[in-house]
Structure formats: structure tokens, C-alpha cells
Design a protein around this ligand. Structure first.
Ligand SMILES: Nc1nc2c(ncn2[C@@H]2O[C@H](COP(=O)(O)OP(=O)(O)OP(=O)(O)O)[C@@H](O)[C@H]2O)c(=O)[nH]1
Ligand SMILES: [Mg+2]
Length: 407
């Protein structure tokens, strides 16, 4: 930790503009900073026993209350908080750093050009050197008062992972915002339970604690996709984890907005598929191929419409190709490459590149299929399938590197 905190401080020193921005923080934040943190002379070099990793996106109003509540819940425990913010436009990282300047137990990792709860948690946890790591939402929905119980159980080696559960006796999921959210959550839990190697009443919980050493061992196997990091951890662990569920309340969101949307459910399905395929086929490739398949449907529909509108076949074919490329680009940008989503000028640049890449892919597809067709006793279906496979792999590989630059 001292090293980590030193790094955070060096970084600030090296970036006076960030310092200036922090100083520009709203006055109310400045007033809210507990002066005793610096004054009490807390030993900044003492290492934390418990790191609490808090993924956050647009949670500025919740940052200060989170720190206060955790501080009050953990008397006598050497804790640290690691906020992992994905460059929230509301200044969440500024709010966290303003506290960190006074309180060395708090630090902030700010990621630029990245989005994703699971990957944020992984990076935060890997930056810790505490014996135990806890993961909590940054919107005050998780009940911090169960942290000491979780820690005591793990210290006593009663489990490999302690989960804050809304669905064991004494827990409550009342804080979910609507009946629909309850239904979606219950459906997700049912699906997750069907693939888990052990009984867990709340596998979709975002609140848990585990020894850091165990997390480090599992980390290289994690998919890191989407929202469900706990499920990812349990399904990725090489051994069957001893799970202990501790009842907890799920509070209502007090400030800020939910980031859950329909795509989160798609990512959940992708995570399960990834685990079933043991990570051999990248989920992004599966998503890219599915989008491509939908693109074929769109292409044929546009061709049909063009034909109905009396267009010449050649013009209709060009129009349908452009429509399907636009469709594929948009869907890939919002779904397949959600974490690297392009906006503004890079979006226009990306679209042009994508169309170029896909055109070359189509040439490769047709070229390979034609060559195979003439050498394979005219087995048209097989030749077309190989051509299409080569086309989609080319499109995926080049789009990932040049258009969305994920590599
Ligand atoms: N770093 C990071 N944090 C995120 C991202 N998306 C969500 N979070 C954080 O993850 C936590 C859970 O997200 P929420 O939107 O509250 O999800 P939820 O609690 O399941 O849903 P609600 O009940 O509607 O609040 C919050 O602290 C969010 O700020 C992200 O892309 N990056
Ligand atoms: Mg929430």
C-alpha cells in the first residue's frame, strides 16, 4: 500500500493540472473533508488489512458518504478504500481524490477510455496488497455494517468467500427499484444457480469479501466482462469455493442513477457462455459473429425493399450493403465493443474504417469461396461457408485492432 499510495501522490505531483482541477472542486466538498484525517496523524505507512474496492461511475454525491459510513463501520480495522472510476463526467474521481489528499486510506484509480464494472473491480483488487479484499457498490445500496462479520469469518477461515446475500434469512432485496427489477433479478439468479457448482442463494450479489491471495490466483482466469464479477469469480475458480452467505439489506439508491440496462442482461448471457466454452472462444468474437448474422438478415430485407420499390438490382444491392454495414457498425459499437464505444469524431473515422475493412472482408470471402468452389467438385455450400468464416475472422481481427483498438 505505501508504494501504491506513493504512486498516486507522485502522479498528482507530476500533473499540476489535475491538482488544479481538484482545487476547483465545489466548496461543499472541501468543507465536507474531515480535517481530523490529516490532523490525527494516521500512520500513512501502516498497511491495510482490508481493501474495499468500489467501482463507480457517476457517483459523485455518494463518494463522501461511502467513506464516512465505511469508516464508522470498521473501528479498529486497518482498511483502505480504492475507488475505481471510469472517467465519470460528473467528477467522481475528483471527489475521491479530494478525500484522498487528506486521508491516505482512500485512493482512486481513474480509467480513461474504458467502461465496465467487472474489469474495474479486477483492476482495483489487483492494486491492493491487503490480506482481504471486499467489493461494494458505490451508491450506498450495500450494507457496510456486515463488513466486520465478513472479515471475522474469513480470518477464522470459515469460508473462501463471504457474500452479502439479499436472499438468505434476514436479508432483503427491497431496495430494487421496481417489480420488474425484482423479476429480472430473480430470473438471473435462477439461471446463474443452474450453472453453479454449489448452492448460492444470491450469486448476482455485488457485495462480497475474499482473501486477496485467492483472488490473485483466480484473476488470470476471469472473463472480466460485464457486471457480474462474483459469478465470474465463482465460475472461474479452479477449485470449488467454500461460500458463506451473510444476510444483508439492499438499500434504495439515494442519489445518482442506475447504470443497468438491457445490454447488461446480454453481457450476463455472454459471461455464462464464455464460462461454458471455458474461455476458448472470445465472447467478443461470438457477439461480432452474431451481429454479422443479423446484418445478413438486414441486408436481405433492404434488398427486398429496394426491389419492391422498383430499384435496379445493382443499385438495390449497393443500398442494402451500405444499410447492413451501418447497422452492423452501430450494433457492434453499442454491444460488442461497448467498453470501447466510439463517440464524436472517432465515431465517423471508425465508420469509414469499418466499411473499408468489411469491403476487403467481402472480397476475401468471395475470392476464397470462388477458388474453393472450382477446386472442390463444386460443393457450393462448403465453399461459401469457408469463405464466410474467413471473412468474419478478418473483419473481427481488423476491426478489433484498427477500428475499436481493443488490443
Ligand atoms: N467503474 C465502473 N463502475 C461502474 C460501471 N457501471 C456501474 N458501475 C458502478 O457499479 C455499481 C453498481 O451499479 P448500479 O448501476 O448501481 O447497479 P445496481 O446496483 O445493480 O442497480 P440499481 O439498483 O439500479 O442501482 C455502482 O457503484 C456503479 O457506479 C462502469 O462501467 N465502470
Ligand atoms: Mg446500485
Amino acid at each position: 500500500m505505501p508504494g501504491d499510495m506513493g504512486m498516486e501522490r507522485d502522479d498528482r505531483d507530476a500533473r499540476p493540472e489535475a491538482e488544479a482541477m481538484d482545487n476547483l472542486m465545489a466548496d461543499d466538498d472541501a468543507v465536507a473533508i474531515a480535517p481530523e484525517s490529516a490532523a490525527t496523524g494516521r500512520d500513512a505507512t501502516a498497511s491495510a488489512e482490508l481493501s474495499i474496492v468500489i467501482p463507480c461511475y457517476k457517483e459523485r454525491p455518494n463518494v463522501r458518504p461511502m467513506v464516512d459510513r465505511i469508516d464508522a463501520a470498521l473501528p479498529g480495522i486497518a482498511w483502505e478504500i480504492i475507488f475505481v472510476d471510469d472517467n465519470s463526467p460528473d467528477g467522481t474521481a475528483d471527489a475521491a481524490r479530494a478525500i484522498a489528499r487528506r486521508d491516505p486510506r482512500v485512493r482512486c484509480i481513474r480509467r480513461i477510455g474504458r467502461r465496465g464494472l467487472s474489469s474495474a473491480v479486477i483492476e482495483g483488487a489487483l492494486s491492493s496488497s491487503a490480506d482481504f479484499i471486499a467489493v461494494m457498490d458505490g451508491d450506498l445500496q450495500h450494507d457496510q455494517t456486515v463488513l466486520p462479520t465478513m472479515l471475522a469469518e474469513l480470518r477464522a477461515d470459515a469460508a473462501d468467500i463471504a457474500i452479502g446475500s439479499r436472499h438468505t434469512l434476514g436479508g432483503s432485496a427491497d431496495g430494487l427499484s421496481s417489480a420488474m427489477r425484482h423479476r429480472i433479478s430473480n430470473a438471473g439468479i435462477g439461471i446463474a444457480q443452474s450453472v453453479l457448482p454449489m448452492r448460492v442463494s444470491d450469486p448476482m450479489s455485488g457485495f462480497f469479501m475474499m482473501p486477496r491471495a485467492r483472488f490473485e490466483r483466480i484473476a488470470p482466469r476471469l472473463s472480466g466482462q460485464g457486471f457480474k464479477i462474483l459469478l465470474d469469480i465463482i465460475l472461474s475458480a479452479p477449485e470449488r469455493l467454500r461460500v458463506l452467505e451473510i444476510p444483508c439489506r439492499f438499500n434504495r439508491r439515494e442519489a445518482g442513477e442506475s447504470k443497468l440496462d438491457a445490454l447488461v442482461m446480454i453481457q450476463f448471457a455472454a459471461l455464462l457462455l464464455d464460462k461454458m466454452l471455458h474461455g476458448y472462444v472470445p465472447m467478443r468474437f461470438v457477439a461480432f459473429a452474431l451481429v454479422g448474422a443479423l446484418g445478413i438478415v438486414v441486408n436481405l430485407a433492404a434488398l427486398w425493399l429496394g426491389h419492391r420499390a422498383g430499384m435496379h438490382f445493382f443499385s438495390a444491392e449497393i443500398m442494402a450493403t451500405i444499410v447492413s454495414m451501418l447497422f452492423n457498425f452501430q450494433l457492434n459499437n453499442r454491444l460488442t465493443y461497448r467498453t470501447h464505444r466510439l463517440r464524436g469524431a472517432p465515431l465517423a473515422r471508425g465508420l469509414v474504417l469499418f466499411m473499408l475493412v468489411c469491403s476487403l472482408g467481402a472480397v476475401a470471402n468471395v475470392g476464397v469461396a470462388t477458388a474453393l468452389f472450382s477446386h472442390s467438385a463444386h460443393n457450393g455450400l462448403a465453399a461459401a461457408a469457408v469463405g464466410a468464416a474467413i471473412g468474419v475472422v478478418w473483419n473481427y481481427a481488423v476491426s478489433s485492432t484498427l477500428v475499436w483498438r481493443t488490443l
